[in-house]
Ligand binder design. Sequence first.
Ligand SMILES: NC(=O)c1ccc[n+]([C@@H]2O[C@H](COP(=O)([O-])OP(=O)(O)OC[C@H]3O[C@@H](n4cnc5c(N)ncnc54)[C@H](OP(=O)(O)O)[C@@H]3O)[C@@H](O)[C@H]2O)c1
Length: 275
Amino acid sequence: MWWARAMDLGLAGAAVCVQGGSKGMGRAAARRFAADGARIVILARDRAGIDEAVAELDGLGAAEAWGVSMDLLDPATIDAAFSEIGDRWGELNTLVNAAGPGSNLTTFDQIPDREWAEAFELGALSAARCTRAALPLLRAAEWARVVNVSAHSTKRQTATLAAYTAAKAAMTSISKNMSLALGPEEILVNTVSPGSFASEGFKTGMRMMAADRDLDPDDLYDCMEWIRQDFGHPAHLPRAGDPDEIGPVIAFVGSRLNSYMTGANINVDGGSDFT
Ligand SMILES: NC(=O)c1ccc[n+]([C@@H]2O[C@H](COP(=O)([O-])OP(=O)(O)OC[C@H]3O[C@@H](n4cnc5c(N)ncnc54)[C@H](OP(=O)(O)O)[C@@H]3O)[C@@H](O)[C@H]2O)c1
């Protein structure tokens, strides 16, 4: 990858945790952290996916790579994961909260309470819980950053994404609040808001919803065409993003090189924020 070591982010030996790091944008961020020689732990549910990602991170030059199988919807497994990280490292420089909820693609009046609750649990509360569990480790580190991955769709409503966008808006708000609360300790907290990215989760959704159309999930232009047809989110660029186009942004925001940006919400969306 041409971008590996393109800029020294000051991450060599840094202790980094990426929740949702086995796939998609979380994994792309983990790749960049690995290429910069960081120590990385990824959190996700599926053990096979974790093992595959860890092998890739090792190959890219991570100082150390390992993963914990856990479920962000189960708070006990969050606490257990960070306890394990504490036992192993005793500190954490960077926490990336990258996992997010899906959507059942119905309007707000059709979403049962259980699904509203799950969207908020995974889309907002899991980031707060992980950051809270990580705090003693972030405080123990020489420098510390938190990156929360939200969504551009909080600014452009789609009728069938009600719970998803509400949960992501809550995450963005919590992120700003964390930045304020942790500012005096110089723990920097920022949000990165992706537009349309052809991640594993994205492609799975496209395969299901656009199976009857002549659109290829591996073609970034077709991906944006699907978004245009089904969600109406236009962008300045004519294609979706590749996760490796946002991974380096997340890594920079979560790096030592970012030393004065906090409380920000950074759009990486091909120009789809028209507010
Ligand atoms: N893709 C887009 O176009 C887009 C646009 C805007 C915002 N976003 C947001 O960006 C973030 C990354 O999205 P993505 O599309 O790159 O994701 P993805 O490809 O679907 O990957 C999701 C990751 O989160 C993990 N995960 C999901 N549920 C989990 C749970 N309950 N407990 C633990 N880990 C869990 C998954 O692993 P396991 O399945 O093994 O648990 C995987 O590592 C999400 O927050 C998403 O909402 C995405």
